[in-house]
Design a protein around this ligand. Structure first.
Ligand code: BG6
Length: 493
């Protein structure tokens, strides 16, 4: 039987992700009684000890979580720390007695979840160093390893990384985390699609005109200029988060709900993306970079002025793409996907635009039927359709039927990291990216990488706007326009 009793070993324990996301997620799981027998062993180069590590984590939790001193003390008593030079295999010997001691103390039977929250350069090194001490072997309890994004830098490096990790961990032990899959509303998309007879017959090229997917952020690159500049919107958001969301919109129903069946369908979508041609990257892709502007009376830096960004950088902070899926369900239906930093709002949403009636009887400008699935913030689903404007005549106007997640106030919704950490402990890989899908996604975006490499155009856009004008023109070619959502899903967005 699967159990979530285990020791969680976090590599990169002094880093940002650990105190911003991982420790708060574990804290909440503990607070809500989802963790029973467990310990957390922080590992990094810094010379901390159990006490100083606990103190740091306590401070981080006090900043972000609602807590009581008792719960905080109880949780922190499960935290431990071991300083290790993470690129030196010999130094990992220190982990052996530490893990033995923790497994005995918490009766966790050798079950160990390793979390690589480190720079990607260590993703190949850590598994090898663990294996040097037999810490990957499953003879005494399961051993799993979570790999943070980015999984590779392109198709070739992703394959190399797989080869490196597979030398020491089998595929069933590897959990490639994409936190978008842990978002409740992304999963809800599957339930919406596959448990409602209402949508299923319409969910195809016969009734859907086009699909729009937006992952917009209002913030800039903040303190992460150094990392971001080597990544850009394409690698940071599109290749992983947004393609996973697209796969959820487009996939076929899985035969059963289990990790393999679900991930088979995701992989099929990735494989069915129509390969991008030279013409596509030149005409169906827009890359952009934000420039300085004043937003709400405040001066906002341009990307080139951000800390850690070279003054001549050509890294894109925005991208928009028109792509297609070559299968029976979607042939000929364009998917317009865009993402960017320093846009007017933080909003992730999917808009399914249905075809109009064959002939407009009541009004030349009959409203479009749309299904808006708001992933964040203010999670909601809104159906838009036309009804008669009160008064004389038969003029139609757009109205909406809305469901908001906040209305289910009693439900305790797990955050993405809470959900995914719990799933990894339970051995459920359904919401983790599988190697074949990751490779197919890299293969699909390779022409974009090549285009960038060859000096492809990066347009400027003013911070606080919806990206370069070229992105408007891209969608306007087919007579369509991007939605301009606000961050709030009010009665009418
Ligand atoms: C991360 C990216 O993976 O996702 C960040 O590295 C981005 O650049 C973040 O800001 C967005 O996540 P969320 O959950 O805030 O939409």
């Amino acid at each position: 039987m699967q159990t979530n009793n285990n020791c969680i070993v976090i590599f990169g324990a002094s880093g940002d992700l650990t105190h911003r996301k991982l420790i708060p997620a574990l804290y909440n799981l503990f607070k809500f009684g989802r963790l029973n027998k467990f310990s957390v062993l922080g590992v990094a180069r810094s010379e901390l000890n159990d006490e100083t590590f606990r103190e740091k984590m306590r401070e981080a939790l006090l900043e972000t979580e609602e807590t009581t001193p008792e719960t905080l003390d109880a949780f922190c008593s499960h935290l431990y720390y071991q300083a290790v030079n993470t690129s030196d295999a010999a130094d990992y010997a220190k982990l052996v007695p530490r893990l033995e001691e923790l497994h005995t103390k918490y009766q966790t039977n050798g079950n160990t979840l390793y979390y690589m929250s480190t720079p990607p350069s260590l993703y190949g090194v850590i598994p090898e160093c663990l294996a040097a001490h037999g810490l990957n072997e499953e003879k005494d309890g399961w051993k799993r390893i979570i790999v943070e994004k980015p999984f590779g830098y392109d198709e070739k490096t992703a394959q190399e990384l797989d080869v490196q990790i597979h030398r020491f961990f089998e595929e069933h032990q590897i959990y490639r985390i994409d936190h978008y899959l842990g978002k409740e509303t992304v999963q809800n998309l599957l339930v919406l699609r596959f448990s409602n007879g209402l949508f299923e017959p319409l969910w195809n090229r016969n009734y859907i005109d086009y699909v729009e997917i937006t992952g917009a952020e209002a913030i800039g690159v903040e303190e992460r200029g150094g990392y971001y500049d080597g990544s850009g919107a394409m690698r940071d958001m599109f290749q992983n988060h947004l393609l996973q969301v697209l796969a959820m919109v487009a996939m076929e129903p899985p035969a059963i709900i289990n990790a393999n069946s679900m991930r088979d369908e995701v992989a099929k979508v990735m494989h069915s993306l129509r390969p991008l041609t030279q013409d596509d990257v030149e005409h169906n892709l827009v890359l952009g970079q934000y420039t300085a502007a004043e937003i709400d009376g405040k001066e906002v830096k341009g990307y080139l002025q951000e800390k850690g960004v070279p003054a001549n950088s050509r890294t894109e902070t925005f991208m928009a793409l028109r792509c297609e899926i070559e299968n029976w369900r979607w042939a000929g239906v364009p998917f317009y996907v865009r993402t960017g930093k320093r846009l007017p709002a933080r909003v992730t949403e999917i808009v399914i635009h249905f075809k109009t009636t064959p002939h407009p009887v009541f009004s030349q400008n009959a409203p479009e039927n749309k299904l808006i699935i708001r992933i964040q913030p203010d999670e909601a689903i809104s159906m838009r359709f036309g009804l008669k404007k009160p008064g004389a005549g038969f003029e139609a106007k757009e109205v909406s039927m809305d469901f908001r997640y906040a209305d289910l106030a009693d439900e305790q919704v797990l955050t993405a990291y809470e959900r995914l950490l719990l799933d990894a402990m339970k051995g459920d890989a359904t919401l983790f990216a599988r190697t074949d899908a990751v490779h197919a996604a890299w293969k699909f975006v390779q022409p974009i990488l090549d285009y960038k490499e060859a000096g492809g155009r990066v347009h400027e856009y003013e911070a606080g706007t919806w990206g370069p004008v070229a992105a408007e023109k891209l969608i306007a070619k087919s007579g369509r326009v991007w939605r301009k959502p606000s961050g709030k899903m009010k009665k009418k967005v």
